[in-house]
Design a protein around this ligand. Structure first.
Ligand code: PRT
Ligand code: ZN
Length: 217
């Protein structure tokens, strides 16, 4: 496990919507690193921290397994994977929602209308949980990208996808009908036992983060 090494290992998204904001936050609390764009693993120059740059989908499991001690990841991804991790902080970037949507003037206008329909999504677990909770039987088609074109391709009657401005839905003639999860970036910690040294490092890290966040307000 990561605990056998001394430095705190933090997983962040290698290249995507959360990357710049996360790096900015880490730099903002005083951490200094060399070129992070070209490497999978980057050592911090002035703090006992190393960053692991990976796909966001892999972050919850790496933290769950203790390969990394901490991670920055969307609540949507954490919840979808169902990883056993501790949420330390909610952060104010990567804000979005996971919503059910269907054709603007189509047959699906209310939650009940989803009964018996086909829904395309990259979030089959969260979608299924929501449907079960509301006693709706629908068929899920799991696809990994470009979910919003599925209705036009007649691959599905509806979708369940992330929304921030709503422009993508609009551009594809879809309307948002039901929010199933409000999401933001979260700082997560492993539930594996950590050494006293690492616990201290995390405390220091959190103090810096909290005062940085306060100063930003
Ligand atoms: O390669 P990797 O697997 O790491 O990246 P990825 O392609 O899976 O993820 P990425 O970088 O696209 O998103 C990372 C995280 O950003 C997501 O898991 C969310 O937590 C967060 N986030 C915030 C978003 C959005 N806002 C968002 N709008 N992720 C995706 N979108 C997409 C959405 O899927 C849809 O296609 O943007 C479109 C909708 O945006 P609007 O503004 O038109 O509504
Ligand atoms: Zn991803």
């Amino acid at each position: 496990t990561a605990d056998s090494k001394t430095s705190l290992r933090i997983a962040i998204q290698k290249s995507g919507r959360l990357t710049d904001k996360t790096i900015e936050l880490l730099k903002g609390i005083g951490l200094r690193f060399d070129d992070y764009k070209r490497n999978l693993m980057v050592k911090c120059r002035n703090f006992d921290v190393e960053l692991l740059l990976i796909r966001d989908d892999d972050i919850p499991e790496y933290v769950q397994d203790g390969v990394c001690d901490l991670g920055f990841v969307g609540a949507n991804v954490r919840a979808e994977t169902g990883a056993d991790v501790r949420v330390l902080r909610g952060l104010d970037y990567g804000v979005c929602r996971l919503s059910l949507a269907a054709r603007k003037d189509g047959a699906i206008q209310t939650l009940e209308d989803f009964e018996g329909k086909t829904i395309a999504t990259s979030y089959p677990n969260l979608t299924q949980q929501f449907l079960d909770k509301h006693n709706i039987g629908a068929n899920l088609v799991t696809i990994s990208g470009a979910v919003e074109i599925a209705p036009r391709l007649e691959v599905a009657d509806a979708i369940c996808d992330l929304v921030s401005t709503g422009n993508t839905l609009k551009a594809n003639g879809l309307q948002e009908l039901e929010v199933i999860l409000e999401s933001e970036t979260q700082l997560i910690q492993t539930n594996k036992e950590l050494s006293p040294g690492k616990k201290k490092l995390i405390e220091k890290f959190l103090i810096r983060m909290d005062s940085h966040q306060q100063a930003e307000r």
